[in-house]
Design a protein around this ligand. Sequence first.
Ligand code: NAP
Length: 269
Amino acid sequence: MKQKIAIIGAGNLGQAIASGLMNSGLIQPKQLTLSRRHLSKIKNFEDKGVFITQNNIEAVQNSDIIILSVKPYKFEEVIQQISPYLNPDKILVSVVTGIDLKNIINHIPQKLSVFRAMPNTAIAIGESMTCISSAQPDDPNILLITKIFDQLGKTALIDDELMDAATVLAASGIAYALRYIRASMQAGVEIGFQADLAQLIAAQTVKGASDLILKSNHHPEKEIDKVTTPLGITITGLNQMEFNGFSSSVIKGVLESYNKILNIKDDKE
Ligand SMILES: NC(=O)c1ccc[n+]([C@@H]2O[C@H](COP(=O)([O-])OP(=O)(O)OC[C@H]3O[C@@H](n4cnc5c(N)ncnc54)[C@H](OP(=O)(O)O)[C@@H]3O)[C@@H](O)[C@H]2O)c1
């Protein structure tokens, strides 16, 4: 692609996006500007030919697409600083958690393409699930922004109202899935494996289960039916997990996280 990209707030997520975009070959290092206050922490990007700066305004002026990746409590300060330089030729993408499109647009004097993206930490290995929302449903730049995040995993275009739900299901979802892997490992050790081997077996098994669904598009239960022989071993264990509240525990946990996000927003309003 020919556009230049600035990532303002090049911390964990910002750097993961930068690395992913360069590794995918979608952009060359010289098309990328990274900004943060502690430049020494992104010196490795400068060594690769990326422009790094402490000056957010310079980053905006240098670029066509601006990815805002600061912590939520920094959003107000940074958007006020850069908004006078956001003209209609620029595209703004915010990955800041909990700040909705309406709020972002309220800070921008000019009309321009504005998007929100909610990736998860697997973006660091190009395996993110990234939900994207657009301020205008017919924005011609939707394809371009989707293409950027497609380099970093899978994408889904959603209504901005669903962004909190996406935060829970995809961003927090990584932690839920990891906790399943950990529990599996703990059980694996108890039935005879060394911890590192139990980790490999548990993690690769979850990866395989995911790929089965992603590649076939089958409902999980269809794949479960293939493993659960009548009177068999798997169904015995599975039913025991359900007697102990496996599915309802996951559902309750997701709802609790979702309620928490809504409560935090209510407190702020
Ligand atoms: N990590 C995830 O998986 C994930 C997923 C979805 C969304 N998010 C959201 O993405 C955002 C970034 O998360 P993160 O984990 O990458 O946080 P982070 O590591 O703290 O990165 C934010 C960076 O912003 C920089 N910064 C602070 N003030 C600045 C300013 N005035 N101008 C320019 N840069 C400034 C900080 O660096 P200096 O101190 O050097 O300035 C910091 O490295 C958050 O809003 C988070 O909620 C994260």
